[in-house]
Design a protein around this ligand. Structure first.
Ligand SMILES: [Zn+2]
Length: 140
């Protein structure tokens, strides 16, 4: 399960809507206890993929390192990645699966014509070698 507060989730939605029609991406900062991800913060990253920015993302490593530092200062860690799917459902693509790391949550925000549609969180299941959906708990 992923837990995220409504204010943080709303900020991520706004960022994903603003980035339309391109994919936006960033780091999720927080804590992971057992199978539960607690998102406490995030850090926006530049999408380095300029050729296929409508359906691919590549985190700028500089932003990633900066995010690591922020996480460390907060006594937290990087627990996952968020990115948007412009005019596509929030279903993880083959590419998303291919580049996903275990023990990380992948939150995908689907945006159609600048408007948020849905959010689905994903995690690699190493035993079954599948990318599986996780429950997202958005709390007030
Ligand atoms: Zn994707």
């Amino acid at each position: 399960m992923v837990r995220i507060s409504k204010p943080i989730n709303d900020k991520l939605i706004a960022i994903c809507e603003k980035g339309f029609p391109n994919e936006v991406c960033g780091i999720l900062i927080g804590n992971k206890k057992n199978a539960r991800y607690e998102v406490e913060n995030f850090h926006e990253c530049q999408n380095m993929n300029t050729e296929r920015s409508v359906d691919r993302y590549e985190l700028n490593p500089k932003d990633y390192i900066q995010g690591e530092k922020i996480a460390k200062d907060l006594g937290s860690s990087i627990i996952g990645i968020y990115h948007s799917h412009p005019n596509h459902p929030a279903i993880a693509s083959e590419t998303d699966k291919l580049y996903a790391w275990p023990e990380m949550v992948y939150m995908i925000y689907s945006i159609y014509d600048y408007k948020y549609k849905e959010l689905i969180s994903w995690e690699i299941n190493e035993k079954q070698d599948i990318f599986q959906e996780m429950k997202t708990d958005i709390y007030e």
